[in-house]
Design a protein around this ligand. Structure first.
Ligand code: NAD
Length: 454
């Protein structure tokens, strides 16, 4: 204890000695002995009590952080098994379009553009992938679906949004319904534009699925000139857009391009048997012209195109009264009305469930083949056989009513899908007996809602 006291008083003494103004010392400027003034006071302060050491350690830690910071994302990326090339090759429209020339006569295909972009900036991007603004660094695609509020379009939109892409739907709601896409309204990756494709539109996207066109005879015959305009001017506008922004373009053509076929089943090489001046020509010839335009933009302007020839498709969200045979039979059976069969009912059709078609369209868009490709279910049914399946599924007591056949109604229709099987690795999976009940559930709900409104 004594020792401790001695030590502390000694320390006090020392401090007093250092401080010339201490109360114990007398102020005498002449006699005061100054400490050697070799270093300024501030430096003296830093050198004491290992302060300098702490400052140096701090500087070292900060520099290490700034040196390593750009390398850290690379380490993280390689650890999570993402190759850097994937990040770059799937760079979206924003970058792609930034490099596209707005002159309509100039075209660089998106893949070649991306390849040159990739090779010239590979090194820079590697370290910067996590630093680019939100939206530019995203690996997801931005896709336009024209006619996306319609039957097939809305299912395609579900699929594209489901896999994480951003989708812009363009639709004039002639046969489409907001109800078909309303479940996406809160989704920030979904946009809906009311627009008629016969008018030009400018958007920045990676892919264009061009579906806009009424598909059922009741609707396309309603205003045949408008149908032709939609097929010709609408397709021209969307091809022009694809060319301008370097987007890939997919046309949904139809089995109707084969007309009343003289070849059975129909292969893509068959040129068809179409009446150019009949009631259905606005649709059949309209789609044939759309195919011609698509191929000319491909050959003449290097636009990346895909052509799908769709055969009869059915499923939920079809227009109830669109006159197409499956929707007709189902709605009639649900309303307890006789099923209308046109002609003798021996004409054949093949029926494809909508999810199979959507998978085929996406496979076609993603593969490297232009087409055309038949997308349909080769299972062939006569109208009478279809009526029997509908009766089995909904109401076995339903009756059949025969009416005269409509003009130019094809006698048989069955796709040869060997090309799609081989090159796209695609074939339909859902049989009519599996698919029909799914459609009936949707129709039943809508028929009941309709009844409640009356
Ligand atoms: N469903 C089938 O069995 C079938 C068979 C062969 C081909 N196709 C083709 O597939 C596509 C989709 O057919 P669907 O069965 O969904 O038909 P749908 O009538 O349900 O859908 C067509 C959509 O396009 C829109 N539309 C029509 N004209 C437009 C215009 N000028 N501008 C903007 N939007 C317009 C409609 O409002 C609708 O939403 C069509 O191109 C059709 O020719 C369908």
């Amino acid at each position: 204890m004594k020792q401790l006291y001695k030590q502390s008083s000694l320390n006090n003494y020392k401090r007093d000695e250092e401080n010339p103004l201490s109360s114990n010392s007398q102020y005498s400027p002449k006699t005061l002995k100054q400490p050697p003034r070799s270093l300024p006071r501030s430096l003296n302060y830093i050198l004491k009590e290992q302060r300098l050491l702490f400052v140096l350690v701090g500087i070292l830690i900060a520099s290490t952080f700034f040196i390593l910071q750009p390398i850290l994302p690379r380490i993280a990326t390689s650890e999570s098994n993402y190759s850097t090339s994937t990040t770059i090759t799937t760079f979206p429209s924003s970058i792609q379009n930034g490099f596209s020339n707005n002159d309509d006569n100039f075209h660089v295909s998106s893949s070649s553009m991306m390849n040159s972009y990739q090779s010239s900036t590979n090194f820079d991007l590697v370290g910067k992938t996590n630093r680019v603004p939100v939206g530019i660094g995203s690996k997801r695609l931005r896709i336009v679906v024209t006619g996306g509020a319609g039957f097939v379009g809305s299912h395609l939109v579900d699929k594209l949004l489901g896999r994480g892409d951003s989708v812009i739907v363009i639709d004039n709601f002639f046969t489409g319904r907001k109800e078909n896409v309303m479940h996406h309204f809160g989704n920030p990756r979904f946009e809906l534009i009311r627009h008629d494709v016969v008018e030009p539109i400018l958007l920045e996207v990676d892919q264009i699925y061009h579906l806009a066109c009424p598909a059922s005879p009741v609707h396309y015959k309603f205003n045949p000139v408008k149908t032709i305009k939609t097929n010709v001017m609408g397709t021209l506008n969307m091809l022009g857009l694809a060319k301008r922004i370097g987007a890939r373009f997919l046309l949904t053509s139809t089995s109707e391009v084969y007309g009343d076929p003289l070849e059975h089943p129909q292969k893509e090489t068959y040129w068809g048997n179409v009446n150019p001046i009949g009631e259905r020509s606005c649709y059949d010839e309209g789609k044939r012209t759309a195919e011609t335009l698509t191929m000319d933009y491909h050959r003449g302007a290097s636009v990346e195109v895909r052509i799908a020839r769709i055969f009869n498709t059915y499923g939920p969200r079809m227009c109830i009264d669109d006159g197409r045979v499956v929707s007709n039979f189902v709605s009639q059976a649900l309303r307890r009305q006789p099923l209308t069969v046109y002609g003798d009912g021996k004409q054949t059709r093949s029926f494809q469930y909508v999810s199979d078609l959507v998978n085929g369209l996406v496979a076609l868009m993603e593969h490297d083949h232009v087409g055309p490709f038949n997308l349909g279910n080769p299972g062939e049914f006569t109208m009478l056989e279809l009526a029997e399946v509908v009766k089995e599924t909904i109401d076995s007591s339903a009756t059949i009513e025969f009416k005269p056949n409509t003009a130019d109604d094809p006698h048989m229709r069955k796709p040869d899908i060997s090309k799609a099987k081989e090159l796209l690795n695609w074939e339909p999976k859902v049989s009519l007996r599996e698919g029909l009940p799914r459609m009936v559930t949707d129709f039943q709900k809508r028929v009941e809602e309709e009844g409640a409104k009356l």
